[in-house]
Design a protein around this ligand. Structure first.
Ligand SMILES: Cc1cc2nc3c(=O)[nH]c(=O)nc-3n(C[C@H](O)[C@H](O)[C@H](O)COP(=O)(O)OP(=O)(O)OC[C@H]3O[C@@H](n4cnc5c(N)ncnc54)[C@H](O)[C@@H]3O)c2cc1C
Ligand code: SF4
Ligand code: SF4
Length: 417
């Protein structure tokens, strides 16, 4: 599908323009496709961004820009799928959780993504999973990993609410020339689908593309705030778990000298003003995983937990491949399926996503009015869902004109050794 331009829209023409206009989410694709040109670094604001690290190569940058979430966002409904105006293509929506009680307990919600990863590995459908996990040396930060065993996937369960650059591992995964799956954010999935148009190895080796429904990725400012509140330094940490060990579970911080601190989910996230959400997330046209085979979500009434429970995911199965995987995992006992859902249940579980989908056309209009670039989009129904909200449009324009979305390009760094 060719991404049509919204009227008057100008796509960023360079990686610098993506970053400087707040359209980079730090997915890592820059480093995967151009390791001699770009290296992912953490900025002083605690965001992962590409820094130049070698001689520029226009061909490499052109390939990156064809798939970068800052320049393109697309989804295509498969034939045979139902398409909901808000929630996109779906074949099955319903409750699910991991069949294994330990996975269900450790995982962010009910362990669906981890259980699917385990199922893929133990049945030999995939040889490894590309996803992300806490950096063992700096546990508040995340890094991309390839998990070769079920034990590794389980050890790496849980939501990481800071920046993640899973796609920095994409070339390493493809270089293995073995079947693999990806667990990542919705924007990463969009980039993978876009990249597949230029790289046939993805059709050959990628057996499943799994995502979490995503309310937005905080920069590290959110986590630094937590450390400040507890009076600890980042280099004292031995653990930073954002949630899990229950649903939603507590945020738990441990230090190397044996101290431990906790916050409930609502203490952590009760005040939206302190979330430190990145700009691309505020402009996100697909935080619900429309490019994925399966998206897993929380299913709390009105989008917020009322207490702890045993862990229940909602799953949105979008493709035939996702449906076959889901059914096989249930048949094997790796997943348990609960009651069926429909799109209107999701309106109730995720009112923030409904609002965002409806507001996005107006926010993009605001960017255009401010003469700022934005991604091209296709298949995401943004025009059809347009709320026509003038306050959203004016707000986006004001922020863009006032420089609130602007970011500095990181300075040049050395190539990764
Ligand atoms: C930043 C963020 C925002 C979220 N916002 C919402 C929301 O608004 N609504 C909602 O329903 N759910 C949201 N979630 C999803 C929710 O927290 C669960 O991840 C989801 O329900 C899947 O649960 P699970 O038990 O199947 O995951 P698990 O079995 O614990 O598996 C999680 C998997 O996701 C991978 N992962 C974790 N964090 C990241 C990350 N930051 N980037 C890439 N991969 C990652 C891990 O490597 C692991 O494989 C969000 C998650 C994140 C990370
Ligand atoms: S969003 Fe990804 S591909 Fe685009 S500039 Fe950022 S790191 Fe590179
Ligand atoms: S809100 Fe959108 S851009 Fe932000 S991390 Fe989630 S999927 Fe990516």
């Amino acid at each position: 599908m060719t991404a049509p331009r919204a009227r008057g829209a100008r796509r960023p023409q360079s990686i610098r323009e993506v970053v400087e206009n707040g359209l980079c989410i730090g997915c890592g694709l820059c480093e995967a496709l151009g390791p001699d040109q770009w290296r992912m670094v953490v900025t002083p604001q605690g965001r992962l961004r590409p820094a130049p690290c070698g001689t520029a190569d226009p061909a490499v940058d052109a390939a990156i820009l064809e798939a970068c979430p800052g320049t393109v966002a697309e989804a295509e409904a498969e034939q045979g799928a139902r398409v909901d105006p808000v929630w996109g293509a779906w074949r099955h929506m319903g409750e699910a959780w991991a069949g294994d009680a330990d996975i269900r307990f450790r995982a962010a919600t009910g362990g669906v993504l981890t259980a699917l990863g385990v199922h893929l590995l133990t049945t030999g459908k995939a040889d490894f999973i590309l996803h992300c996990a806490a950096d063992p040396d700096r546990p508040m930060r995340s890094r991309w990993v390839m998990s070769d065993t079920a034990e590794q996937v389980v050890a790496r369960a849980g939501s990481r609410y800071g920046p993640s650059d899973t796609l920095a591992g994409l070339e390493a995964a493809l270089a293995r020339a073995r079947p693999f799956a990806i667990i990542a954010k919705p924007c990463d999935a969009g980039a993978v689908r876009a990249r597949a148009k230029a790289d046939p190895r993805l059709d050959r080796w990628l057996v499943a593309l799994l995502v979490m429904v995503c309310g937005g990725a905080s920069d590290l400012g959110k986590s630094w705030q937590v450390l400040e509140e507890f009076g600890i330094e980042e280099d004292e940490l031995s653990l930073f778990r954002y949630r899990g060990y229950g649903n939603p579970g507590r945020t738990r911080v441990e230090t190397q000298d044996g101290r431990a601190f906790e916050k409930t989910y609502n203490q952590m996230w009760g005040d939206a003003a302190g979330w430190h959400i990145q700009t691309r997330c505020k402009l996100c046209p697909d935080a619900i995983g429309e490019a994925a085979d399966i998206a897993a979500a929380d299913i709390w009434p009105d989008g917020a937990p009322v207490g702890e429970d045993a862990g229940f995911n909602g799953v949105i199965v979008r493709t035939a491949r996702g449906g076959a995987l889901f059914d096989a995992a249930v048949a094997a006992g790796d997943l348990v399926g609960g009651r069926e859902h429909g799109p209107r249940d999701y309106d109730h579980f995720q009112p923030h996503q409904v609002h965002k989908k409806r507001a996005m056309a107006a926010r993009l209009r605001g960017l255009r009015a401010a003469a700022k670039p934005h991604y091209a989009h296709a298949g995401l129904r943004l025009e059809a869902l347009d709320s026509g909200d003038r306050a959203e449009e004016a707000g986006a324009r004001r922020r863009a004109e006032g420089g609130r979305f602007a970011e500095r390009m990181p300075s040049r760094v050395a190539k990764r050794a």
